[in-house]
Design a protein around this ligand. Structure first.
Ligand code: SF4
Ligand code: SF4
Length: 424
């Protein structure tokens, strides 16, 4: 990474502690990504973004803020970027997928909180993530209990707006979510000083739809018999989707897909023929959490789809572009986002239907359901999902894990055993 120490100091970061994180990154990139064989050449852009993760994009955001722009930090796939970009703001993900931040979060939260939430607080209070320093306002949401309580603590240190996400999907809930989006619109208008108009909202609905369509194109290519890209590489792309510039990201994903189209024509696969095909479902895998994909794909299997918020939940279903007024467009946005199936909802049978549908579409040999430790909603739902998959004769392996490597060898053994018996 180029030298960004001055920028980090100016952002009030703990630069010495942050250096510890930066020093392990090149090794991790080499071990997880560069060690893979026959990678698509156009992964070079995503490798660059990763190598410069705390440099290039934060520098763009610093520049944007110096010119008066406002940055909004988000934590969940339900928060509609369209509205933020329409007001001339920038939305950036504040996901936290590293064990590095967990001990810092444990100073504020019970140890039996999910690692994602602990890492969120650690990244903020340890001052070791530029994105957490850069965001002018954090946008939270009432999803799981752990996040709700964590937002109260974050709110003591940074302006925090929490969207009240309904937990059911009746018509009145969709209407309520539309009201919450109207409140978000008012907030971003106040912060940025720019009005959301039918023109700029329509333009940004199209922009974010284009990003979703590019990701769908990428995922569709993984349905091929010859798999042109690894799951580990695709996961990285899904993670970068949360914070890269949307237009540039869309263009880069489409450029990569052009190369993958050619690979499909040429019958090129990154896996040997007969490699077992796996669908991963469960909790989100925030950057730099590549643990499960790395374990699965170094155990002789291929991840061909993720039913997660760093996967299909993020990009499936575009916003209907037929709205003419801002109100109509917000209703359409609410409808699209309420179509996401998160375990925070009850009932959440739509997710089980999605997993079964995707398992068939991607022709998988088995499903691996990954739950982060202490995530009650996904853990409880996992038993019902398992039953449903068994009824459909789809093999499933349930895994509960965290961000440490303590269980890596044991998990590898279980994954290898699972892959041996499936698809025969
Ligand atoms: S799993 Fe649920 S709470 Fe977490 S990012 Fe996805 S939608 Fe939001
Ligand atoms: S993984 Fe589960 S507990 Fe953790 S933030 Fe997401 S929904 Fe909440």
């Amino acid at each position: 990474m180029a030298d960004y120490h001055q920028m980090w100091k100016d952002l009030g970061m703990d630069v010495d502690n942050h250096d510890v994180l930066c020093n392990v990154l090149p090794g991790a990139i080499g071990d997880v990504f560069l060690s893979q064989e026959n990678r698509p050449e156009k992964m070079d852009y995503f490798d660059f973004v990763l190598a410069e993760v705390h440099g290039v994009r934060p520098a763009e955001l610093v520049d944007f803020r110096e010119k008066g722009g406002k940055v909004f930090g988000t934590f969940c796939a339900y928060v509609p970027d369209e509205v933020i970009f329409a007001a001339g703001g920038i939305a950036t993900g504040l996901c936290a997928g590293s064990q590095f931040w967990v001990p810092g979060g444990e100073k504020y939260l019970p140890a039996n909180t999910c690692p994602l939430i602990k890492a969120m607080l650690g990244a903020r209070f340890d001052r070791t993530c530029p994105f957490y320093r850069l965001a002018d306002v954090y946008i939270g949401e009432t999803t799981c209990d752990g996040k709700k309580k964590a937002y109260e603590i974050l709110g003591t240190d940074v302006p925090m707006h929490v969207m009240d996400l309904p937990q059911m999907k009746r018509d009145k809930d969709v209407k309520k979510w539309a009201e919450e989006i109207r409140e978000l619109k008012a907030l971003v208008e106040k912060e940025t000083g720019n009005e959301v108009t039918p023109e700029n909202l329509a333009e940004n609905i199209k922009k974010i739809n284009a990003k979703r369509s590019a990701l769908k194109r990428l995922y569709d290519l993984r349905k091929e018999k010859n798999i042109p890209i690894s799951g580990t590489d695709t996961l990285l792309i899904s993670q970068i989707a949360y914070y890269d510039d949307p237009e540039r990201f869309t263009q880069m994903v489409n450029t990569l897909c052009d190369e993958l189209d050619q690979r499909v024509k040429d019958g090129v696969s990154v896996f040997p023929a007969g490699t077992k095909r796996i669908l991963v479902t469960g909790t989100p895998m925030a950057i730099p959490n590549w643990k499960m994909h790395n374990l699965i794909e170094t155990s002789g299997a291929a991840v061909v789809c993720e039913e997660t918020c760093t996967g299909t939940r993020y990009f499936e279903n575009n916003v209907d572009e037929s709205g003419k007024t801002v109100d109509e467009m917000i209703d359409k946005i609410a409808e699209r986002y309420m179509g996401i199936n998160c375990a925070c909802f009850t009932p959440n049978t739509g997710r089980f239907d999605d997993v079964v549908r995707l398992a068939k579409e991607y022709d998988v040999d088995g499903v691996i359901d990954v739950t982060l430790k202490f995530c009650q909603t996904y853990d409880i739902e996992g038993a019902t999902l398992e039953k449903r998959l068994q009824e459909e004769n789809i093999p499933v392996l349930r895994i509960e894990t965290d961000y440490t490597d303590a269980d890596a060898q044991q998990l590898k053994t279980r994954i290898e055993a699972f892959c041996e018996v499936i698809g025969e």
